[in-house]
Design a protein around this ligand. Structure first.
Ligand code: 1GP
Length: 232
C-alpha cells in the first residue's frame, strides 16, 4: 500500500467523481474529517465507497461516527498534545461504552503527530506543532517502541510538509509504517513525499482538482505493480 484517498463525509462528491475515484489506481480509501461529521453523512459516504475491493477505512475522530457495518477502523491517537482526551481519553470512554463488543481485530490505532498549527485538527486537539525534526523522530520512536503502533501518521493537513521532518521520522522506524498527509497538490508533490513515507494520503485535492488528484495515484502500489497491502 502506497497511496490512499481521504474522503471527507462533510464535502459532497458527484456520482461521476465517486465512480472515477473507485476506478482509479489508488490503494484504498479513508473516510474521515474534522467538521460537520454526522452518523448520517458518514453512513452515506461509506455506502458510496463500500463496493470497492480495496481497503476502506473509517477514521474515527468522534464517537458519533462509529459505524458497526464498517470493515476496518483507524483510531487516531494524537501524540503531540498534552490534552489526554485526544491521545487516549476518548478511547477509554468508548471502550467502556462498547465493552465487551469491541472488534479489536478490525481496529488499527494510529499515532498522529499534527504539524500544521492552523489545521482544524491541530486547534481542536491542542497539538504542539512547533517541533524540530529530532522531536518528531522521538515521537516516532515512542509510537514504535513504546506503543507498538502499526502506523505513525505525520499530518500537515492543508499545507505541504517539511521533508526533513518526514525523513527524520522514517530513519527511526522499522516495523511501524510511516503515513504522510498534507498539502499534496500534484503528482510531483506526491512523488516527493512517497519517496520517504510508506503511504501518502491525498485529501483536499479531490475537491479542488479531481484530475490532479487522480494523477497522484501514479505513486500507488497498484500503479507500480506492487499490490502489497500491509495492514489488511
Ligand atoms: C488529511 O492528511 C490528510 O488528514 C490530507 O491532507 O487534505 O491537505 O491533502 P490534505
Amino acid at each position: 500500500m502506497r497511496h490512499l484517498f481521504k474522503i471527507d463525509p462533510a464535502k459532497p462528491l458527484s456520482e461521476e467523481a465517486i465512480k472515477r475515484l473507485l476506478q482509479s489506481e489508488t490503494d484504498g480509501f479513508i473516510i474521515g474529517g474534522t467538521d460537520e461529521i454526522t452518523l448520517e453523512n458518514v453512513t452515506e459516504t461509506y455506502e458510496c465507497f463500500m463496493e470497492t475491493d480495496l481497503p476502506l477505512y473509517l477514521e474515527v475522530s468522534t464517537p458519533d461516527m462509529i459505524l458497526p457495518l464498517a470493515d476496518q477502523f483507524l483510531i487516531p491517537m494524537v501524540l503531540n498534545t498534552r490534552d489526554t482526551t485526544w491521545s487516549h481519553g476518548l478511547h477509554v470512554e468508548i471502550l467502556r461504552k462498547y465493552a465487551p463488543h469491541v472488534p479489536f481485530r478490525r481496529l488499527s490505532p494510529v499515532g498522529y503527530v499534527i504539524l500544521n498549527k492552523d489545521a482544524k485538527a491541530a486547534i481542536k486537539t491542542g497539538a504542539e506543532t512547533n517541533l524540530e525534526a529530532e522531536t518528531v523522530a522521538a515521537y516516532a520512536e515512542l509510537a514504535e517502541h513504546f506503543f507498538h503502533l502499526p502506523i505513525f501518521y505525520v499530518e500537515y493537513s492543508g499545507i505541504f510538509g517539511d521533508v526533513t521532518i518526514l525523513k527524520a521520522a522514517k530513519a527511526v522506524l522499522s516495523e511501524t509504517k510511516l503515513w504522510y498527509g498534507g498539502g499534496i497538490r500534484s503528482l510531483i508533490d506526491a512523488k516527493k513525499m512517497a519517496e520517504v513515507a510508506d503511504v501518502i494520503i491525498v485529501g483536499n485535492l479531490i475537491y479542488e482538482n479531481l484530475e490532479e488528484a487522480l494523477a497522484t495515484t501514479r505513486v500507488s502500489a497498484r500503479a507500480s505493480g506492487r499490490g502489497d497491502n500491509m495492514i489488511k
